[in-house]
Design a protein around this ligand. Structure first.
Ligand SMILES: *[C@@H]1O[C@H](CO)[C@@H](O)[C@H](O)[C@H]1NC(C)=O
Length: 137
């Protein structure tokens, strides 16, 4: 191969590589996140979720009430949504409700139940909120 053929081959390979990585980005599945009030004693839960770019506003959830949103994860950088949670005389708790690095592979529909000790993700097999985590420190 002469050098201009080599350059053409290189350009071609580069374009294919770029094309595949873009496709991978565009084909990212949508994410659905639902937050359900599972507090005992008919407590009302106030939540407020945000990402770097979006403020989803403050929402008051009655017993078993839900709030949900969906989005397409970023292909440059990582999507992060964090929320505050408060009820009755509780402190203001925070939790990273969607962390792309943690959640992209484990749930397309990420269904969270909020309990006093922290949020629990629904187990798809048992349909119970048993995959529990702790509030952000
Ligand atoms: C969901 O529940 C099943 C059955 O109890 C269990 O085997 C599985 O490990 C659970 N999944 C997670 C992610 O905890």
């Amino acid at each position: 191969m002469n050098s201009s053929t080599k350059q053409l081959v290189c350009l071609f390979v580069l374009l294919i590589l770029l094309g595949t990585s873009c496709d991978a980005g565009l084909l990212r599945h949508k994410q659905y996140v639902e937050i359900k009030n599972l507090l005992p004693g008919e407590a009302t839960l106030t939540i407020h979720c945000k990402s770097k770019d979006d403020d989803l506003g403050s929402h008051v959830l009655g017993p078993l009430g839900t709030f949900s949103f969906h989005f397409r994860p970023r292909f440059i950088g990582l999507t992060l949504f964090f929320c505050s949670f408060q009820w009755k005389n509780s402190p203001l708790y925070y939790y990273d409700i969607y962390k792309q690095s943690r959640d992209y592979d484990r749930c397309t529909d990420c269904l969270w139940g909020i309990q006093p000790n922290g949020p629990c993700l629904l187990n798809d097999t048992t349909h119970a909120y048993t995959i529990c985590d702790q509030w952000n420190p």
